[in-house]
Write a protein that binds this ligand. Sequence first.
Ligand SMILES: [Zn+2]
Length: 499
Amino acid sequence: MSENHQVLFRKYRPQFFRDVIYQDLAVGSLQNAFKSKKIGHAYIFIGPRGVGKTTIARILAKRLNCENPDGVEPCNECTSCLEITKGNSNDVFEIDAASNSGVDNIRELRENVKFNAMGGKYRVYILDEVHMLSGAAFNALLKTLEEPPAHVVFILATTEYHKIPETILSRCQDFHFRKVPVTVLQNYIETLCTKEGLKYDTEGLFWIAKKGDGSVRDTLSFMEQAVIFTDGNLTGVKLRKMIGYHGIDTFTDFFNQLIDSSQSAQIFETLENLFQAGIDLGKFIWDFIEFLNSLLLIKDNLADRESINIPQEDLQKLKQNYRELDREILVLLAERIFSIHEKLNLMKLRSSYEMKVYLEIQFRKLILDREKPSVSGLLAKISELTKLVQGDISALPDNVEQVKKQIPSQTASISTNQKDPKLAGSQTTNETQVSAKQKVESQSNVNGNLETNAMTQKTLESNKAQPSANPTSSEEEMEKLLKEKFSGMEVDPNQFKNL
Ligand SMILES: [Zn+2]
């Protein structure tokens, strides 16, 4: 398999600039250099793995030494071109800096650059993974870059730009390579399928392109495996099986089980079925987190083939059915499941059975949290009651007026009468005095209650500010207390606020 595995990637490795996909910026600049005959002595190719850095370095080396170049392209037919393609040119040196990172390796290189090119015009040094060089090796390289012999061209390639010393960068022309988008990869492998006579469908190609994660090399490597696994039939159904994608229905079912309390018991059935089928439960949970995130992206109109791991057909289904979901519920649920997954990783459980037990406990807890009346539900109720009580107070002046009518005119007002010295000798009747006094006491009680409520609310809010995954005992006590206090009242469980 490993022999075949290399074949596809090597077979379709671009030999001309024009065959390289998606790196127009870098390729265009290099072609312009040939057009204007301004060849630099040091280039640095920066970008993720497998997007064509080494491939383009070789095409550049070929074009530099080509005996019959065709405009900006090498001929790929002359001795020099053929030798470079085969990897046995005496003028092109590919050095893996990761395994030749020492200063001695670079010193040796410095000795070699003095010699003239054997067959071609240039000696080309391609230093792959150049960020792996030691500090001393970089210094040694710098001396060569400062005064390069006219017949030498350096092509440095790296995936980690920030690890290259500024002194080196300042002496190189930099070219940036980009990750290849899924759609571009998908179109590219479709042309390969046609050339290879492979059967395929859009979803099958989508999964292969997705697996490549922006890298042409990785895409073709995975395609090679997929051809073997599916016996040359690259369909979505077969690819799903190969990569262990459960299909959108599994996730939507699981999601419904989590948000609908009447389906809670089925959560455990789902986990058991996955376990029995030998599915990696950790991966399932991660995929489910991705699914929730996709739902959020759909809400924000940010979901497309590049941003999410869901085939086009499934994406359409989700857009139709889940766009109206409550964002808060989604975020809370995603956070909760994420924390379960995080703990799962930390625990380093020994077997899939232990993993299943752990998940069962965690999901049981999640269901319990979901179903008990939430603190925020009670808070909403308190706020309602507070408004109600405040409404009573605002109604007070009317009552006061009524009381005043019963009280002789000397009584200025109920709220100030205790402070008013004139009232000390007032001729109010005992009856009205008692009535007024009761009212004042009643008002005072109302104020007292309000203060208590305000304090309760404050305490609750401060409790709520703490991480809610594990309700503190004080939170539980408070909840118990409030339940007693408001027993008989209808309290909105506001379920997911409690997750
Ligand atoms: Zn040639």
